[in-house]
Write a protein that binds this ligand. Sequence first.
Ligand SMILES: [Zn+2]
Length: 355
Amino acid sequence: MALAKTYQNCNMERLNELVSKHPKQYADLLKLLVPIIIEYYGTEFEEVIYGTLSNLAIEEVSSQYPKLSSLHSKFEPDNLSSIDNGIDDVDDKTLDRAVGEYGSYPIISEGKSGYELDGEINFLAFKPFQNSSYGLSLFVHELLHAIKSSREQYRIVTDENNQQYLQDRCGLIYMLYELHTREDGTIERTLVKKINTGIEEGINTFDEVSIMNILLAIPLEQIPEELRYILEGKEHRPDPSGYKYLHDRAKELLSDKKIASLIRNVQLNGTGYIHLQEEFNKTIGSKTNAWQELTHNMDSVVSDVYEAFGFLGDAERIEKIIERMKEPKRKIQGIIKQLDQRKEKPGEKTSYEKE
Ligand SMILES: [Zn+2]
């Protein structure tokens, strides 16, 4: 039986060369997944995807490892220290329940004219997940976060008071850090702003589920022979779980082809965020900033989801959180409905083509 088209079309030689840098079990996973990921996002993003792989450390963490978050310090540059001031919505408890995650650190130094960016460290850290039916899907999810942080991730930005900040981008998520040099010369970064976690997690989960469904629909005999063992006799499943609501809204958003392509450009190329926002507002005829209202309410939902994870088993507390989520959910659905009503009808030219 011939290989599935996805694998026939992929430049396996190039892929083999790239994955040869990774430990065997991860090299095989990448060989299985990357052709599908390229097909899913489109060949125009092939370079971003390969670029990510050549710049990513993949590390297996012992299952006895007490805290996934403490693994981070292993990758953290010596002269950097990260201060958590409670803004980050993912707390240690949520993180430690996960089987793995994508992480990244900037390499910063202080030059004569201020802070300078010298490089970055990107990694995937995973506990063994062969026995979990959701493990492969979670690996896809984290790999996609890495791919969507590949270009234009870190920037040193300066405000009107000449104060420098570090900006960190992961897909549509933007984080802003204050930088401060301690007496001992180490650089302290403190998170002061984070936006778009809700919309990004919704879209990333939608992508994860879509990619898993493509993979699982390919008959085993059409998968390259040496990779079949990953799927054979196992029941792999995608698991949107806590992100189910945001996943469903992301699916509706991406059904607008113009908005979807603008979103992909920001996520994968790291450019055009202001343009996306303007086009979104223009499309739904919003005089206020509907994009900001949408993403802000999705952030509110995601932080409630994270909070609920911390109170599993406490029915009363969960009930309160669910009640609190109703209003932001109503606003999100209202905006998406507006987008749906303004959607260009088939046959009508998009504003892109008109220009
Ligand atoms: Zn995620």
